[in-house]
Design a protein around this ligand. Structure first.
Ligand SMILES: *Cc1c(COP(=O)(O)O)cnc(C)c1O
Length: 458
């Protein structure tokens, strides 16, 4: 039977105008910004692929929920709407709202992690790692080796290597491992999913050593979609059934609702252990707010509840992940080097292959980001040597294996014509690539330099 083309399972009711600038204007803007895309005003960007975090478009039902938000300090109706939705979707009993994902980490880890602890996981996200290291504990990356090779086409590059995990727990001693963090999908690994088989096996190891399994769940719905389409035995299950099964193997989750709950701000913790919930509650009240709002307004919690329901519908996920893949395929067709397989939320340009004449010490992925902005007004983000920063002791640049420009696609925001604009911009950069030069840093902050660094062309 002939396959039908896909189209978005929604139509557009409200629009936000964006303006295209001229190349001359953009060259001026990026010079004024010290060649750092973080310093560009959003209104001077045509297609903004800096991040998919908090940049999604809410639905009419979410906006309706905003009007119905209950702003009561204690016992808000909107809190219970959110809590019941989370209970129903994940099976986790206790829910604490937080203002975003890193706040959920801060609260949970305050209760869970002690100095000297070892926290194994799959390429911990930077804020997760930050909150572990801030407590003088250690994040140990147990991702499968295939994840580090851009050439290997593995369906679940976010998986944890079970031997590495068990060895890490054995060496640390289970009493020094407060939890294992399974990130679904694995953001730092390029939006790569984790298989149900891997979740089950990790869960069995955690049970054997009596270590809680916590999901870092920002893109849990996208992960469930990949399980449905790639893993044997799941094709006929609904996304909600898969989500329920994934979470059934764990003890709790932290959530950045700015991703798969399709809201602009928000997050939460959901856990089963009552004692841990009580310990977290104290920190939640101190850091975030009272237990039934924790850093969110009632209307935000109401919109979050609706967003969770909408993001766990197959048709939505299909159009979302197909749009990401559309951009990836089109770039490939035009001979632009991209990482494979395509991630759930972003496409990554391989800057080492794109600009082979620019050494890593001259920040080729940053060059690529600047040029793509100049050509087409498209903003991506460097995931390479600038981001990897300096070694804290030697102060030398750390050179990561992969030098990437990430193009993260906001949910329900852009059309495929915008994706074509991105493709066009990449082609223009490609045509001109032999004339491009590397960069040197003229200013950098002592840590997290990528946000504020300034550059000069060599
Ligand atoms: C975004 C993200 C976080 C942090 O969430 P914020 O809402 O940005 O604080 C944590 N883990 C993963 C995997 C993420 O993608």
């Amino acid at each position: 039977m002939e396959k039908m083309p896909y189209a978005e399972p929604f139509k557009i009711k409200t629009i936000e105008n964006i303006k295209q600038t001229t190349k001359e204007e953009r060259i001026k803007k990026i010079e004024e910004a010290g060649l750092n895309l973080f310093n560009i005003a959003a209104e001077d960007v045509y297609v903004d692929l800096l991040t998919d975090s908090g940049t999604g478009a809410m639905s009419d039902n979410q906006w309706a929920a905003i009007m119905q938000g209950d702003e009561s300090y204690a016992g808000s109706k909107s809190f219970f709407l959110m809590k019941n939705t989370i209970n129903e979707l994940t099976g986790f009993k206790f829910v604490l709202p937080t203002h975003q994902g890193r706040a959920a980490e801060n609260v949970l880890f305050s209760a869970l992690i002690k100095e000297g602890n070892i926290v194994p996981g799959n390429s911990h996200f930077d804020t997760t790692k930050g909150h572990i290291e801030f407590r003088k504990a250690f994040a140990v990356d147990c991702t499968i080796d295939e994840a580090g090779d851009p050439e290997i086409d593995h369906p679940f590059k976010g998986n944890i290597n079970l031997e590495k995990l068990e060895k890490t727990i054995e060496e640390a001693g289970a009493e020094n491992v407060p939890c294992v963090i399974h990130t679904i999908t694995c953001n730092s690994g390029g939006g790569q999913p984790v298989s149900m088989e891997n979740i089950k096996a990790v869960s069995a190891i955690c049970k054997k050593y009596n270590v809680p399994l916590i999901f870092d769940s920002a893109r849990f719905a996208e992960n469930a979609y990949f399980i449905k389409i790639r893993e044997e035995g799941y094709a006929d299950k609904t996304i909600k059934e898969i989500v329920k099964e994934m979470f059934s193997y764990g003890d709790g989750m932290t959530m950045s609702a700015k991703k798969d709950a399709i809201v602009n701000i928000g997050g939460f913790i959901a856990i089963n252990d009552e004692k841990l919930y009580e310990a977290c509650s104290t920190f939640n009240i101190m850091f975030e707010g009272y237990l039934t709002y924790g850093g969110m307004s009632g209307r935000d919690m109401a919109a979050l509840a609706i967003g969770l329901k909408e993001s766990t519908v197959y048709e939505y996920l299909h159009s979302r992940i197909e749009q990401v893949a559309y951009l990836g395929r089109r770039l490939e067709e035009e001979g632009i080097p991209v990482l494979k397989p395509f991630g759930g939320h972003a496409i990554f340009l391989d800057a080492k292959k794109f600009l082979p004449h620019i050494p890593q010490s001259q920040y080729p992925a940053q060059v690529l980001g600047i040029e793509l902005y100049k050509e087409a007004g498209v903003r991506g983000v460097e995931i390479g040597t600038v981001l990897a920063d300096r070694d804290p002791i030697t102060r030398e640049n750390r050179y990561p294996k992969l030098e990437l420009l990430r193009l993260a696609i906001p949910r329900r925001v852009y059309t495929n014509n915008h994706m074509e604009m991105v493709v066009w911009g990449c082609k223009k950069v490609m045509e001109n690539r032999d004339n491009l030069r590397g960069l040197e840093i003229t200013y950098e902050a002592p840590i997290m330099r990528h946000f504020t660094a300034k550059f000069k062309s060599l």
